[in-house]
Write a protein that binds this ligand. Structure first.
Ligand code: PLP
Length: 490
């Protein structure tokens, strides 16, 4: 430290560190204690509740210009934020498709922030752990260790990254240099009409346009019609398009249907197309002993998107994309800038992780996955997936036994599509009745379901991606639906 200038006594050098570490220690202990109580007592609280006007108003305050003691800041959080969660950590939350988080993951997110490391890359321990978690993801789905991958914000980003690579590999021109305008024949991607909306956003963002994503019809089980897909590819070739990528969905968001992965892998190979699996819902079935058979063939894909913040219950956000051809992956994103050159030793002597995706700075997402997998072991996560699927089957049986409830789609994995039926009600009135039941279940804090339309039929939808759900919660759901349905029907 020779030669450093001592600060002049008139200069005040500031920091964000607390003046008194003991104060912050006491508050941190309180925060952790209250967080543990919060999770321990989750079942006693409503799944969801509407915020009073005063609470909503509290979030309209202007930019704070002067300091507030941290203890008072934390009180604002406990009063205005913590009582009004989305609800997906509650045992009776089954809307859309979300994991239910876990406390170890929360501790990990705290530690990741304390460590503060940037996972853009570099020679430090967090980068090695990031790599290790990607390797574990490969192992979980039976992907080769030579494949590459990266942790991203979630499934949408994972699918986008795969589509960038599929586009570049099949464009027939240097898209990175010359852009999509240089592509001679318009590219076509194929998926079922049940494909998740993030694929549309991806092809639009890639400059290919929504029409580049051809939606293929589905069968009665909501799986892609492979014959119709084959015909569409032939038709497009004849019409001067360039078929580029087949997207299989392993677990559709509407019903959990799983496309025939083996058949699609064969077809993609015959047609020399990129074979991508959107496994955001179902790729992790591969670790579930009773259900792994459903995703046989996933290991043949060129790319797989999966979502640890769904069935591994990692706190948001963490998704993962795996790419069989590591050089194609790097080829899509590598940029060596003068300020990011590698050095033979030291901090910049390891591979840059930002060369596998769009972000430069990356958060330390791996730790929450790493700690939970270490704590419980992967087999427990597999059993929890089997448990959710068995619970969905149980709910399906309950529905089958009730004359006032009916299934609207076959239950494939953990998603149950059903509705309250009241003989004589026409479609519009039945839809309105079911939406009212769903809203009252939410507003009374009983359960959170969502709704959708499957092959033209409106229904309510229960997706059990929840390690806290028990069968008695499903008994309660059926009882409450029958009670509400009887009281609300016209
Ligand atoms: C099949 C499928 N793909 C992609 C996504 C998008 O994932 P994320 O919400 O993690 O971005 C979802 C979300 O539920 C999904 O169900």
């Amino acid at each position: 430290m020779v030669g450093l200038r001592a600060p002049l006594s008139s200069e005040v050098e500031e920091t964000l560190d607390p003046k008194d570490w003991e104060d912050v220690r006491a508050l941190s202990h309180l925060l952790v204690n209250e967080s543990i109580d919060y999770l321990r007592d989750i079942r006693q609280r409503p799944v969801w509740q509407e915020m009073p006007a005063g609470v909503k108003g509290a979030f309209g305050g202007s930019l704070p210009r002067s300091p507030t003691p941290l203890v008072d800041v934390y009180r604002q959080v406990t009063e205005n934020l913590m009582p009004y969660p989305m609800g997906n950590i509650h045992p009776r939350f089954w809307s859309w498709f979300m994991g239910s988080s876990n406390f170890t993951g929360a501790l990990a997110d705290f530690l990741a922030a304390v460590l503060g490391s940037n996972l853009g890359g570099g020679n430090h321990a967090a980068a090695l752990m990031d790599n290790q978690v990607v390797n574990w993801c490969k192992e979980m789905i039976g992907f080769p260790s030579s494949a590459s991958g990266t942790l991203v914000s979630g499934g949408s980003m994972a699918n986008l990254i795969a589509h960038v690579i599929a586009r570049n590999v099949n464009a027939g021109v240097d898209v990175r240099e010359d852009g999509v305008g240089a592509i001679k024949k318009p590219l076509r991607f194929y998926a079922s009409d049940q494909v998740h909306s993030c694929h549309r956003k991806a092809v639009e963002a890639l400059g290919l346009g929504n029409k580049a994503l051809r939606r293929i019809t589905t069968d009665a089980e909501l799986r892609i019609d492979v014959g119709a897909l084959r015909a569409a590819i032939a038709q497009d070739r004849n019409a001067g398009f360039e078929p580029a990528c087949v997207i299989a969905t392993a677990g559709t968001v509407n019903t959990g249907a799983i496309d025939d992965l083996e058949a699609l892998a064969n077809l993609a190979a015959e047609e020399s197309l990129w074979f991508h699996v959107d496994g955001c819902i179902g790729a992790l079935l591969a670790i579930a002993p009773a259900n792994a058979y459903r995703v046989r063939g996933i290991e043949r894909a060129q790319s797989v998107a999966l979502d640890p913040h769904k069935w591994l219950h990692a706190p948001f956000e963490v998704g993962c994309i795996l790419i069989r051809d590591a050089s194609a992956h790097r080829g899509a994103f590598t940029v060596t800038q003068e300020y990011l050159e590698s050095t033979p030793r030291g901090l910049a002597s390891a591979a840059w992780l930002h060369e596998y995706g769009l972000q430069t700075t990356r958060g330390f997402r791996a730790l929450k996955v790493w700690m939970s997998l270490q704590e419980h072991g992967v087999e427990k996560f597999g059993r929890l997936i089997d448990q959710n699927i068995a619970q969905a089957r149980y709910l399906t049986t309950l529905i089958d036994q009730q004359p006032f409830l009916e299934l609207v789609a076959p239950t494939s994995i953990n998603i149950v599509c059903f509705r309250y039926r009241s003989p004589g009600l026409e479609d519009g009135a039945r839809k309105a009745l079911n939406i009212e039941i769903m809203l009252q279940l939410q507003e009374k804090g009983i359960a959170a379901l969502s709704d959708t339309t499957v092959h033209g039929e409106h229904c309510l939808r229960v997706a059990i991606t929840n390690h806290r759900t028990q069968r008695e919660d499903l008994d309660m759901l059926v009882a409450e639906m029958l009670r509400l349905g009887a009281s609300l029907k016209p």
